[in-house]
Design a binder for this molecule. Structure first.
Ligand code: PBG
Length: 318
């Protein structure tokens, strides 16, 4: 039995930020290495155009994904490469996640020209971040240090834009995904990487997923060898927590899974009240996980624990 699918001509739909292009090129080279012919189709999505408002206010993650899906639907492209963090928990009918690839560093990074970390910030400092998750986790860390003077301000734009805003002096420090910085060769800008215990990552952070039309069995076969099963199981557990909590990027939710020394999957989750009315809720559980279904059971359990511990779904908040 041959494991290799027959060579295909594959067009990749991609956003045009430097990070998105790096990711698409990465998949291109892996597919070319397996004998496929690959073309890139660059596209600007609504999410890339809206830079002045917080994404959570204008419709969330789907903004980065929808236009690429249209290109798959009408046949202009065959596959779309996504940062899994930006992919909604439920894909629209007719689409499938063909594979999840090996994870880059999933942690958050602290970037600052003058400050080594939270404890090092000058009085009334301003820290930039685009995510509610980072906001509530940073707030909790700052509260622990008694730093009620520090302000956390929104920061939007692609990676280069965010770094430029830091360099212009608008922030003392910013917090970003380490994965993006590392992929673009910007690792030298990282002053500090938060351990998961200090800034629990978002579901899927650092992992890439490839989306196809569900009826393209030729592509499903061609992409299967790019899958990294240990990553897939981790992010399946994480994404289940988000889905069970009704998660979108308007919810300050973290979910992070990793294998422990015994080979079990340990899943941690955190939820914070963006208005700061209640303190951070944090839970964690582990289970033996060998299938996607096992991962989802663990994710459901952790979501239930979060709710039992006081985390609220959007409906309950309204
Ligand atoms: N929300 C934007 C986004 N989507 C994916 C990444 C980084 C890389 C990744 O998680 O794969 C980023 C930037 C960031 O959060 O700083």
């Amino acid at each position: 039995m041959s494991l290799s699918a027959s060579p295909l001509a594959i067009t990749i739909a991609t956003r045009e930020s430097r990070l998105a292009l790096w990711q698409a090129e990465h998949v291109r080279s892996l597919l070319e290495g397996r004998g496929h012919r690959v073309t890139l189709l660059g596209m600007t999505t609504l999410g890339d155009q809206i830079l002045d408002r917080s994404l959570s206010k204008v419709g969330g993650k789907g903004l980065f994904v929808k236009e690429l899906e249209l290109a798959l639907e009408d046949g202009r492209a065959d596959i779309a490469v996504h940062s899994l963090k930006d992919v909604p928990m439920e894909l629209p009918p007719g689409f499938a996640l063909a594979c999840v690839m090996e994870r880059e560093d999933p942690r958050d990074a602290w970037v600052s020209p003058h400050c080594a970390g939270l404890a090092d910030l000058p009085p009334d400092a301003v820290v930039g971040t685009s995510s509610l998750r980072r906001l509530v986790l940073l707030r909790a860390g700052l509260d622990q240090l008694g730093r009620h003077d520090v302000r956390i301000e929104p920061l939007r734009g692609n990676l280069d834009t965010r770094l430029r805003k830091l360099d212009e002096g608008r922030y003392h420090a910013i917090v970003l995904a380490a994965a993006g910085l590392k992929r673009l060769g910007l690792e030298a800008r990282i002053r500090h990487i938060f351990e998961a215990s200090d800034s629990l990552p978002a579901a899927g952070q650092g992992a890439l997923g490839i989306e196809v039309r569900a009826d393209r069995s030729d592509l499903l076969a061609a992409l299967a060898p790019l899958a990294h099963q240990p990553t897939w199981l981790r992010v399946a557990a994480e994404r289940t927590v988000s889905r069970a909590m009704g998660g979108s990027c308007s919810m300050p939710l973290a979910a992070y899974a990793d294998w422990d020394r015994s080979g079990a999957l340990r899943l941690d989750a955190a939820w914070g009240d963006p208005e700061g009315r209640s303190s951070l809720v944090r839970v964690g559980e582990q289970a033996t996980v060998t299938t996607l279904a096992d991962a989802e059971v663990l994710g459901e359990r952790v979501a239930r624990s979060l709710r039992d511990a006081g985390a609220a779904s959007p409906a309950a908040e309204a």
